[in-house]
Design a protein around this ligand. Structure first.
Ligand SMILES: [Zn+2]
Length: 201
């Protein structure tokens, strides 16, 4: 990936993190003005279940859909390698025609998006002045269909929660045990019900 970016005139480097490294590239021919930071990720979802693949996921191929569309099929082709390479190839095409890009472009590619991106925020903070940009462009999204482009805003992250409800360890005799003895299943249902009622969920 660094070589690909270098061939485009970008100064690119692999940057270590406690997890998978980041790829960072800056356009060396950069014009002054608007600084665009493009984000993508090189890690992908697991291939399972393999039985649902019509071809080897590790052998990229071009398939023809029933409606005649030609598509690239490979592990990660639609998330996020296709989008990532579309942007890089668009930069290559623009430079071939115009010589330099119309804005200053930096590219940041991480390798832990599918596993929570734990090292992304610390990396951004540690390299804030280098990566500071006017616009962040993320093409890790989708389109309703082939002919309907979409601008996706307000992307959400992931939240994982573990709820533990501790209750009595043995039957409680109503005549012997004082105060209310809450039923843990009822408590859990109430908690889940309250969560589902949130207007933003
Ligand atoms: Zn993605």
């Amino acid at each position: 990936m660094c070589k690909e970016l270098a061939a485009l005139g970008f100064v690119a480097s692999l940057r270590e993190t406690p997890g998978h490294p980041m790829v960072v590239g800056h356009d060396e021919d950069a014009s002054d003005g608007l600084h665009v930071l493009f984000y993508g990720h090189y890690d992908v979802q697991p291939t399972d279940p393999l039985s649902l693949w019509k071809s080897d996921p590790f052998e990229p191929s071009i398939a023809t859909e029933p409606d005649g569309r030609r598509i690239i099929v490979a592990r990660g082709a639609s998330d996020d390698k296709g989008q990532l390479l579309t942007f890089i190839e668009a930069c290559r095409a623009w430079k071939a025609v115009h010589g330099t890009l119309p804005v200053r472009v930096s590219i940041l590619i991480e390798g832990e998006e599918e596993s929570g991106g734990a090292n992304l925020m610390p990396f951004l903070k540690a390299n804030a002045s280098e990566l500071k940009a006017d616009v962040a462009l993320i093409c890790d999204t989708g389109m309703p269909d082939r002919k309907t482009p979409a601008i996706t805003t307000s992307l959400r992250g992931l939240v994982g929660e573990e709820v533990e409800i501790v209750c009595a360890t043995h039957d409680l005799h109503s005549g012997m045990f004082g105060n209310a003895a809450r039923n843990p299943i009822e408590l859990l249902c109430k908690a889940l019900g309250a969560y589902a009622m949130r207007p933003d969920v």
